[in-house]
Design a protein around this ligand. Structure first.
Ligand SMILES: [Zn+2]
Ligand SMILES: [Zn+2]
Length: 191
């Protein structure tokens, strides 16, 4: 017998996302398919995530809070670039000052911390991948070995080194308390 299911195998379908279950616990699996395991509420229509939207945001916030807690507290250095939780980047002291001033002017809370942002420069291209992608469908298996991949890599490296791309990281590894910056720099804001 080569049947996929026993004759009396029950198949259940999730009412929400229409996924089929034919396991031994098919009924239970289908019942809880689109239920958030954290809060037990429905996850919403065809939400591919394990958790519901609300619990997902809660998890993200918790992960971020942990990262912030774990981050090393460092002294403010006006020559470094900072960011505020991946939303704003301050490339110099003036930018940071104005941003805090704007916050106060808009009656918003000042951020508790700013985080050290590191420079990300350049990129590379992999000659082997490029060549392989180009020949894989039209040539025989060993074709890549007959091609001067190293020669192309040299050209690519040279070309990449001439491209000027700079980004600033949004990592949360080092933090500076904003209150300390204000105190140390003796900043006063106009209300
Ligand atoms: Zn479902
Ligand atoms: Zn939930």
């Amino acid at each position: 017998m080569n049947a996929k299911f026993e004759r009396d195998q029950k198949i259940y379908q999730c009412r929400n996302c229409e996924r089929m279950f034919a396991t031994e616990t098919a009924f239970e699996d289908a019942e809880k398919c689109c239920i958030c395991p954290d809060c037990g509420k429905p996850k919403g229509h065809k939400n591919g995530n394990t958790q519901c939207e609300e619990c997902m945001h809660k998890s993200w916030a918790e992960t971020k809070a942990k990262k912030i807690k774990k981050a090393e507290t460092v002294k403010y250095n006006p020559n470094l670039v900072y960011h505020n939780d991946n939303e704003h980047w301050y490339h110099d002291e003036d930018e940071l000052y104005s941003s805090l001033e704007d916050c106060l002017a808009d009656k918003e809370d000042l951020p508790e911390y700013v985080f050290v942002s590191n420079k990300i420069e350049g990129f590379s291209l992999d000659a082997y991948n490029i060549v392989e992608n180009a020949v894989i469908d039209i040539h025989h298996e060993d074709a890549v070995d007959k091609i001067d991949v190293n020669g192309l890599q040299e050209i690519l490296d040279k070309w990449c080194s001439k491209q000027e791309v700079v980004s600033w990281s949004g990592e949360i590894k080092q933090k500076v308390l904003v209150d300390d910056i204000i105190k140390e720099q003796g900043w006063e804001f106009e209300n």
